[in-house]
Design a protein around this ligand. Structure first.
Ligand code: MG
Length: 377
């Protein structure tokens, strides 16, 4: 089952104060829309619906994330419909539609909506109303209203994709939310438990609350390790961490046999629980024969970013008696940093011998081990 995600960010609402629309303003160090996108990045195809005038701003906010930008309409329903239509080439089974201004949405709420879609055509989070409800007129209480059965609706609101697309196509007028559109089409929508932290930023006070909540959010820190070995064969150079080093042997392998770069690449895949190089670039596929390993490392680093992770550091140890690594280490670190888009002080390449013991000691090949740290804040 695949799930697509639509972030609705086409509004121009300025109730939150003067200046930029609230979704582009900064809270806890990042634009509101960035926080929201990172909540959903890496889960499935991600679409953000924006006002056409916000194209440049939105593109900047999406840097490094895999997001399709779609231009919305004057009314909310039209914008959601445009977002849903954007999946036409590869329709997901399910879709979650979320207000950009709910940038603190907990993973538990997203998960609860997705779970409920196993048994319902629609599902949305809400909180039961616990305060007494009054009506008022002229500054006086004019009556009380029974709060039983009343809920405060939140997003993401989730649906079977084809159902909600048909419902929006059949519902040209605006609606309060997608649950209203779904119900107008006769779909059942399950209520799942919402969360007080899932606030919708509307007023300047909400920015302060969101700031506190986002700073409390736990960091997601991932470590991965990688290990690789390549045997020597006849030749006159080796390629280690992207640097060509003259040697009286070469390393044998399907690609350029860059054992260090392979270990680092596997460490990044490992941190993401995304298998290893062989899974993404099968050795059985002739197109990778002799390939520069840079392609693999770039892919792993981009995959990490597309899932909302920052590559914090990598550390790699090459294990061999010869060639001497020390003189080439600065060039290796510079090359690895360039490929991964990192500062040099986040990349460590070092070497050890194995005291002439074992296969590396007998100079039958070179081994490499690596660690990578990924952080999603
Ligand atoms: Mg290898």
């Amino acid at each position: 089952m695949t799930t697509g995600y639509v972030i609705v960010a086409a509004g121009r609402g300025r109730r939150a104060g003067a200046g930029l629309a609230k979704q582009w303003r900064t809270v806890a160090g990042k634009p509101v829309a960035r926080w929201t996108l990172e909540r959903f990045a890496g889960r499935g195809a991600l679409v953000m619906v924006i006002h056409p005038d916000d194209q440049a701003l939105a593109a900047q906010v999406c840097t490094g994330l895999d997001v399709t930008l779609v231009h919305g309409a004057a009314e909310r329903s039209g914008s959601v419909k445009a977002g849903l239509e954007a999946f036409q080439d590869a329709p997901p089974d399910k879709v979650l539609i979320h207000d950009v201004a709910r940038c603190c949405v907990p993973d538990t709420v997203i998960h609860a909506v997705e779970e409920a879609l196993h048994t319902h055509a629609g599902a949305a989070p809400a909180l039961a109303v616990t305060d007494a409800l009054w009506t008022g007129a002229g500054g006086l209480v004019s009556g009380t209203t029974d709060r039983d059965g009343l809920f405060r609706a939140q997003t993401p609101q989730g649906f079977i994709y084809t159902d909600i697309l048909s419902a929006h196509r059949a519902h040209p007028q605006d609606a309060a939310d997608d649950v209203a559109v779904a119900r107008a089409a006769g779909l059942d929508v399950a209520i799942v438990v919402g969360d007080e932290r899932n606030l919708k930023i509307t007023t300047p006070e909400d920015f302060a609350r969101a700031e506190t909540l986002l700073k409390e959010t736990k960091m997601d820190i991932r470590l991965g390790n990688g290990y690789d070995v390549h045997a020597f064969e006849d030749g006159d150079h080796v390629i280690l961490c992207g640097v060509k080093i003259p040697h009286d042997k070469a390393l044998k392998g399907h690609s350029d046999a860059d054992v260090g770069m392979h270990a680092v690449t596997d460490a990044i895949y490992g941190a993401l629980a995304e298998g290893d190089i062989g899974r993404h670039f099968p050795p059985s596929d002739p197109q990778w024969k002799g390939a520069a390993s840079e392609i693999f490392l770039k892919h792993a680093a981009e995959l990490a970013r597309s899932k909302g992770f920052t590559l914090s550091n990598v550390d790699c140890t090459l294990i061999c008696e010869r060639p001497k690594i020390g003189p080439h280490a600065p060039a290796m670190m510079a090359e690895m940093a360039r490929i991964m888009g990192l500062e040099m002080d986040r990349v460590s390449i070092k070497a050890t011998t194995s005291e002439q013991l074992g296969f590396t000691g007998r100079e039958e090949g070179i081994a490499a081990i690596a660690t990578a740290t990924l952080v999603k804040a």
